[in-house]
Design a protein around this ligand. Sequence first.
Ligand SMILES: [Zn+2]
Length: 962
Amino acid sequence: MESDKIMDWISIEAKWRQKWYAEKQFESDPDARKKFFVTVAYPYPNSPQHIGHGRTYTLADVHARFMRMLGYNVLFPMGFHYTGTPILGMSRRIQENDKELIEAFRTLYKVPDEKIREFSEPVKIADYFHQEIKDGMIEMGYSIDWRREFTTIDPFYNKFIEWQFRKLKEYGLVIQGTHPVGWCPKDQNPVSQHDTLGDVEPSFTEYTIIKFRYDKYILPTATLRPETIFGVTNLWVNPDTNYEIAKVDNEEWIISPECVTKLGFLNKKVTKTGNITGTELVGKKVKIPERNEEVFILPATFVKSDNGTGLVMSVPAHAPFDYQALEDLKKNTGKYANLPSLSEIRPISIIETEGYGDTPARDILEKFGIDNQNNPKLEDATKELYAKEFYGGKLKQNTGKFAQKTITDAKEDVKKWVLENGNADILYELNESPVRCRCGAECVVKLLDNQWFLNYSNPEWKEKVHSWINEMKILPEEIRNEFNHVVDWLKERACARQHGLGTKLPWDKNWIIESLSDSVIYMAYYIIAKYVNAGQINAEHISDSFFDYVFFDKGDLKKIASDTEIIPERLENIKKEFQYYYPVNARHSGRDLVPNHLTFFIFNHIAIFPKKYWPEEIVVNGSVLMDGKKMSKSMGNIIPLRDAIKIHGADSIRLAILISAELLQDADFNQEAVRGIKNKLENMLDECTKYKTAKYTVLAQEDRWIQSRLQQLISKATSSIQKMRLREALHHILYEFDSDLQWYLKRVEAKNRTDYSGILHEIFSARVAMMSPFAPYIAEEMWFRLGNSDLVSKSSWPTPDEVKIDLLSVQSETLLNMTLNDIKNIIKVTKMNPKKITIYTAAPWKAKAYQKILERVTGGDINIGNLIKLLISDKETEEIKKDPDFVKKTVNDILSNPQDERDSKNKVGLVDEVMVLSELESLIKNEYGISLQVFSESDQNKYDPKNKSRTARPYKPAILIE
Ligand SMILES: [Zn+2]
């Protein structure tokens, strides 16, 4: 709290922000420099941004600022995504006077009452939060070129999206058909991630329904493994479920009540005609399709009525659940009436897989230690066996014409075969049910007739996308396969809705293009938006030829210019500007957009643009926790970003979000940490006023050391940022730097030096420059207090100067620092009151032996016997005979050093330890007020009452404290 009074962050931030905008620092136009085009998904303005939203934008901004300092012409633009239904839903709730929503606007988002009244009009909601979000982005210091701002309901944008869709249709990628979609039964509209509570993508899986027959009824089971029909030994019902008898098209089905509902959305005519309990079904026999055999219906509690059809076919040889349920039933036969004799029911093995016996299900149950059907580990066991058999299994002789086929092939073949014979059907299940629409209704899978779909099933399209995903840069690397996986399962996707804001489908104006379809190539539109906003072009006379010209360089300039009423020169400039900035060099996004937006972004760029314009890199980040907990409205722990800025200042928030995690991990926004960071920044700012530029000529060892360290830190920080490992970069810049500075100050103070201001000024300047992408405001203030007149954000990123790296002084200072630490530890542990300290460095032959051992170990030889032989055979090191233990200890010393440390020691050669350690005298005098002496082990006149010197090793001096 105290620090809040000392420093006025808000006015410091305002001051520098004003400078940035006055100097048009973030406005980017084509010039002779190399360009860097970085983008983030434009926000959806239906609420203010909170801390969680801040992460992706902050990462992208650091990236933009870093590249700018490296000399790139960086374009970082922003738009606003108005498309879709959520805003519509909100305004409807306002019209209905929804108390809860109005209260949330009032208290959580602090929207003035007169504004809330306007919210009955959807666009007013979007406009209000658009401004709110934009102000927040400006306050956060994001280096955005605001001249390129737009919304997705701007008339020119509509023309752009119409062009996009006509292209896709021309290429056969927009198709009309009947396909399953995630669906809100209340809104009567398809739903995607943006429409669901908790932003869940309503993805679903296709199951095969196998029709078993009992009397005149069909008992359908849903399965992912149709090929296991040959191994069915019985059917499972849940004895506690009250099943429905229903007329489904022209058949009579027995299914769970939930299944009746699901089938209704899949275009089946379903009429309920009666009920039958699970218990009544137990003991009845059903006919297995294609096998002309009958099996019993048995009871099992793992069967859930909301899963599939509420009935399960049992394949105990290959399905762990089924095997276990049979075992459980055998122990419990008394519990059910009508139970047939179970002794004849034996697993039928139909798949051969290496590493498994005749009954793989039993093998895997044993492996997982499972002994009842309610064990939660059963899911994992099932998954493991499923994968093993899917990728490595082959069907056995008892599977008829499918024998010897791999499971990968047989699965589809068997499915087709049963479907053709009328013994199967298809059912879709949401993967993460229940998924709720924002309106509160539970989503379902609906088979939608005659809708417009983007054909993400198209195999050639998929193939191109796969190959680009494998070629492009994706950070972090581990996310690459996630993309490939999404491409594999993506199917036709409904791309138009009946309500909502957005662009009308150009050839069927009853439909509006939905939000995950009008947001896939808009990065190209940032080029055009600048000219629209400047009033230099307008939508009125724009036709497809304009976009063909700008994006494809196609068509006749004069004709298009006259048709569009744009002067030819301007049209030419727009095209050149597009050619300059495209492709997108880096797109930043949260991980939740991998299964939809980011993948669609790749798909559509590949469909529409030539290869040179395909996106170069995608950077994916994890989410943000608040004090270790997930942020949610119900938890009441959502902090609007602008509120947080008022309390903590933008820089502290930026650092707190970045420093707690690397890309994919969840970042934790923790109040304690923010305060710590704020203090640290304020202390750094104080330091910056202390040192002034000054010439220096003679450099002491510690000066050469701190300069060397600076070069090393610059290299490390630069390479960390290039890999977007920002947490690591901040660790180098903030913490490693700090401990180095402390050591340096300790050294110069012990020597009573007063001539180091110029050196520290240089060090601080480089550090502040490196801070500036992360904490841009305070870095400007620091830069200013260091005496610079220009902006740090305009300065160049520091480059390491190899000439300034002095490995000898690095090794020497490390030796000094470590020896001092050893002394402190001894004093602390022994609790003694030291009177006098004596240090012994290793004898010269040991130093030579060390060099030889180091060389050998570097070459990969750590055989102690070999090393001893080698050393004895050399006159210089033959004394090893007296102390063979030295070899083993030295090898261990060397192995405990990291590789770069070993390399550095190798390069440096011998260090004059007596001279280096003599520098300890002043440090010890300062710290303990006592004297210190340094002797070489080989010194004949040394003071060595305890015979300590013989234990000295290179870089490990012996210490005597009295
Ligand atoms: Zn809904």
